[in-house]
Design a protein around this ligand. Sequence first.
Ligand SMILES: [Zn+2]
Ligand SMILES: [Zn+2]
Length: 301
Amino acid sequence: MFTHVLDNIYMVSTGNGVFPSSFSFYIDDEVKTLIDTPLDNEFPTLFKDRPVNLIINTHFHRDHSGSNHLFPEAKVYVHPLDAPAMQSAEVFSDFYGLNDPENLYLKPEFLKWLNFKPSRITKHINDGEIIELGQTKLEVIHTPGHTLGHCALFDKEKGIVYSGDIDLTGFGPWYGNKISNVDDTIISIEKIIKLSPDIILTGHKGIINKNVEARLKKYLDKVYVNEENILKALREPLTLDELVEHKIIYGRWYEPPILYAFFEKISLRKHLERLINLGLVNFEKGYYLATNTRTRRACSH
Ligand SMILES: [Zn+2]
Ligand SMILES: [Zn+2]
């Protein structure tokens, strides 16, 4: 389904992508461009009458690059730090933490579930670079945190940011990969806020064109809410596995719970790395404990 956004820009979705289903965006300029491709084999059927010359992936995750291989004629651009995980199942697994001994048991099912297929990559894109599509000019904004090479694309003239998985969902920012980083996530969202976009086109929430700045700030605030809850739980010493059971990040685990527990644990680990650096949590003999029992926002602005 094509939803007109404005001018020559369309939001595209088949509505049946594998979890988590996602939105792509099509720019009908001289260079016909797709921003992201979902994990959905039906997706190319939408483009029978519309050529695709170029795919720009915001990052390596399968819900944003999963049907690249079904567009053999298109060029593919992605940031160099995410490129290896789109080309090799082993690097992909490394980035998810699936090659760690404790997670190896999840690896076969995980790769099958996410139907890993290598993507060809034509060109690496870097922060500040301008991609010219004809009338449209997109500036590459490197926004790491979710993944190492996550990028947003900024159409300055139209005031539009294609924000990938800085997706403005109620869940908040996601940092459940081994290579994710909470501090970088915060900096990247602040970077997008500074661009003062009128419209944000996100990978999971679609078109956001009202209260954009307030929405971005609320989204960022979820990081601090999570930290507040972690610090509250760590008024008593807990192991990481015990903290996982509090389900602070996901609130509840859907099916299959083993997968949510896996992402919950990695996300908490990412928070704990930051909280230890900030001196707000101590780690001793396998137990985490908040250094200050008076719970407060870790670093609220
Ligand atoms: Zn993602
Ligand atoms: Zn996504």
